[in-house]
Write a protein of this length. Structure first.
Length: 190
């Protein structure tokens, strides 16, 4: 079976380390997946590995967040990956830093990357790993999502990367339903 892990983010040095790119940072900080050989295709960077009898693809769309579906759909079409075999890792404004939620389908919570993927795939029925980046108390949301983690948030997010890596490994090794049961509630890291 072919599976896909989509890491939502924005390309370019100005977005490196920002809250909006937390999914890319999960992969960039991973020891387990540091061996991946990334190639440029499908309007993004993709890599693959074999896990048991499955082929796992990883994709960092380089279309900018709002157009992520333009990268996801062609890769899925080429490798014949069905929506139920996709895990999208995303930033989540409405969850505090240190909160991780696994879910399947449902609403898009205003996330433009998810909107684009759903539009191009024709469904919302794919798995998501929502990583909390917190909502600002003051100031603009745009400035917040494009800011770097600092202070206590930086310490917490490092642990989020480790936990997210474990969740990705479980999604790769088992069928999604089995792995999903383990993470179907909020995980709060402090």
């Amino acid at each position: 079976m072919n599976k896909l892990i989509v890491l939502l983010g924005n390309p370019g040095a100005e977005y490196e380390g920002t809250r909006h790119n937390v999914a890319w940072q999960v992969m960039d900080n991973s020891r387990e997946y540091s061996i991946l050989a990334w190639k440029s295709k499908f309007k993004g960077l993709f890599a693959s590995m074999d896990v048991d009898n499955d082929k796992i693809y990883f994709l960092k769309p380089e279309t900018y967040m709002n157009l992520s579906g333009e990268s996801v759909k062609p890769l899925c079409s080429f490798f014949k990956i069905e929506p139920q075999n996709i895990l999208v890792i995303q930033d989540e404004l409405d969850l505090p830093v240190g909160t991780i939620v696994a879910k399947c389908g449902g609403g898009l919570a205003g996330h433009n990357g998810l909107k684009s993927i759903s539009q191009h795939m024709g469904t919302n029925d794919y798995y998501r790993l929502r990583i909390g980046i917190g909502r600002p108390v003051h100031g603009s949301i745009s400035d917040h999502v494009l800011s770097n983690f600092k202070g206590d948030d930086l310490i917490i997010i490092e642990r989020v990367y480790e936990t997210s890596e474990e969740i990705i490994k479980d999604f790769c090794q088992f069928n999604y339903e089995r792995a999903f049961k383990k993470y179907n509630k909020k995980i709060i890291i402090t």
